[in-house]
Write a protein that binds this ligand. Structure first.
Ligand code: AQP
Length: 334
C-alpha cells in the first residue's frame, strides 16, 4: 500500500448473482477509486452464511463474484482482493467486538428488523451479529473510507460507534474511525415492481431485480414490465414521492449513461413510458453486454482466479494480523 494514500474498503456478499443495485451502489465505483485510495475489496462469504447454506452454490458464487470484480476493472496489481473466510482474523476480532456491542443497538438495525418482519422462522444469531462482523472487516484494516450503498449506512454508523467505544475505553487510538463514502447517484436502486423497496439479489420475485449476468432479452422484458404510474398524459420527470417507478428508472438511466436527470427529462419530455423504457433497455444493454463479455473471459480461468485470492489473502492477513495483535495486547491477552 502507498503511504500517502488513505485506505478504502468495500465488500459484497456472494449470496447470489449480483444486481445492478450492487453495481451502481458499489462495484461500478471501484475501478475509479482504486487510483486515489489504497483499496481493499472483500468477498464477504462469511456474511452470506447467514442466509445461504448450500456449499456448492457458495463456492460457485465466490468465483462468479470475483470474475465480476475483475470485469468491472478491479485490478489485483493495484488493489487487494480477498475472500473474508481466508483471513481468520475477521472472526477472531468479531468475538472481541461482540463484547463491546450491545444487544439493544443490534436489534434496532433496520436490516435485522426487516428480516424479522419477513416472518422468517428461527432467525439465526448470525443475522443479528452481522454488523459486528462488518465492524471487524472494516476495523482490521484501519480503514479510512468505507464505500457502501445507502442500505449499509446504518451498519457503518454502528461500526463507528463500536470503534469509538473501544478507543475511549482504552484511551488510545486502536482503531481508525472510518468515514462513509456513498456513490453520488445510484446509492439506492429500487425494485422494478415495488419501487419503494430496495432492489436485492435475494428478492424472491426475480421480476423485481436486474442481474448483471442476466440475458439481455430477459432484462428488456423486466424493464417493460416495471411499475410506472397512471398519470395522463404520461409524463417523465423525477419526483420520488409521487412517481417512485419512473424516478427509479430515471436514476438507473442516468447512472448507466452519465446523462443528468434533467437532461433525460428534457430528452423524453414528449415520449411515452414504453418509448422511454425501450431507450433505457438499449442503454443498459450496451454496458451490460460489455461487462458480460469480460466476465466470461475471466470466469473461464479458475486457476488465475485462485491465484488472485490466495495472493490477496496473504496481503490482507499482514494488515489484519497487526491490528489483531494490538487489540490482544491492550486486552491483556498477550
Ligand atoms: N439496491 C441497491 N442500490 C444501491 N446499492 C446497493 N447495494 C445493495 N443493494 C443496493 C450495495 O451493494 C453492496 C454489496 O451489498 P451486499 O451484497 O454486501 O449486501 P446487501 O446490501 O444486503 O445487498 P443485497 O443485494 O440486498 O443482498 P442480499 O439480498 O443478499 O441481502 C453494498 O455496498 C450495498 O450497500
Amino acid at each position: 500500500m502507498e503511504k500517502n494514500k488513505s485506505i478504502l474498503l468495500s465488500a459484497i456478499q456472494p449470496t447470489g448473482c449480483l444486481t445492478i443495485g450492487n453495481y451502481l451502489g458499489a462495484l461500478s465505483q471501484w475501478n475509479k477509486v482504486q487510483k486515489e485510495y489504497n483499496s481493499i475489496y472483500c468477498i464477504a462469504d462469511l456474511h452470506s452464511v447467514t442466509v445461504q447454506h448450500n456449499n456448492k452454490d457458495l463456492r460457485k458464487n465466490i468465483f462468479d463474484t470475483l470474475a465480476l470484480y475483475l470485469a468491472c476493472g478491479v485490478d489485483p496489481k493495484k488493489s487487494i482482493i480477498f475472500v473474508q473466510s481466508h483471513v481468520y482474523e475477521h472472526t477472531q476480532l468479531n468475538w472481541i467486538l461482540n463484547c463491546y456491542s450491545y444487544f439493544g443497538e443490534l436489534t434496532r438495525m433496520t436490516q435485522f428488523k426487516s428480516k424479522l418482519i419477513d416472518g422468517r422462522k428461527n432467525i439465526n444469531i448470525g443475522l443479528l451479529n452481522y454488523p459486528v462482523l462488518m465492524a471487524s472487516d472494516i476495523l482490521l484494516y484501519q480503514t479510512n473510507h468505507v464505500l457502501v450503498g445507502i442500505d449499509q449506512k446504518q451498519h457503518v454508523e454502528l461500526v463507528i460507534n463500536i470503534a469509538n467505544r473501544f478507543n475511549n475505553f482504552y484511551k488510545s487510538k486502536i482503531f481508525t474511525i472510518p468515514a462513509i463514502l456513498l456513490s453520488q447517484q445510484g446509492s439506492k436502486i429500487m425494485s422494478l415492481l415495488e419501487p419503494t423497496k430496495k432492489m436485492s439479489k435475494s428478492n424472491i420475485n426475480k421480476k423485481n431485480t436486474i442481474f448483471l449476468l442476466e440475458e439481455i432479452n430477459s432484462i428488456r422484458k423486466k424493464i417493460k414490465m416495471a411499475v410506472t404510474d397512471s398519470e395522463e398524459p404520461a409524463r417523465i420527470y423525477y419526483n420520488f414521492e409521487k412517481k417512485p417507478g419512473i424516478s427509479n428508472l430515471l436514476t438507473i438511466f442516468s447512472c448507466f449513461t452519465g446523462k443528468t436527470i434533467a437532461e433525460l427529462e428534457n430528452e423524453f419530455s414528449k415520449n411515452s413510458y414504453l418509448e422511454f423504457k425501450e431507450a433505457l433497455s438499449d442503454a443498459l444493454s450496451t454496458v451490460i453486454c460489455r461487462l458480460q463479455r469480460s466476465y466470461f473471459e475471466y470466469r473461464e480461468d479458475e486457476s488465475y482466479l485462485t491465484r488472485i485470492i490466495v495472493n490477496g489473502a496473504s496481503q490482507a492477513r499482514e494488515y489484519a494480523k497487526k491490528t489483531l495483535e494490538t487489540v490482544y495486547y491492550v486486552l491483556g491477552l498477550r
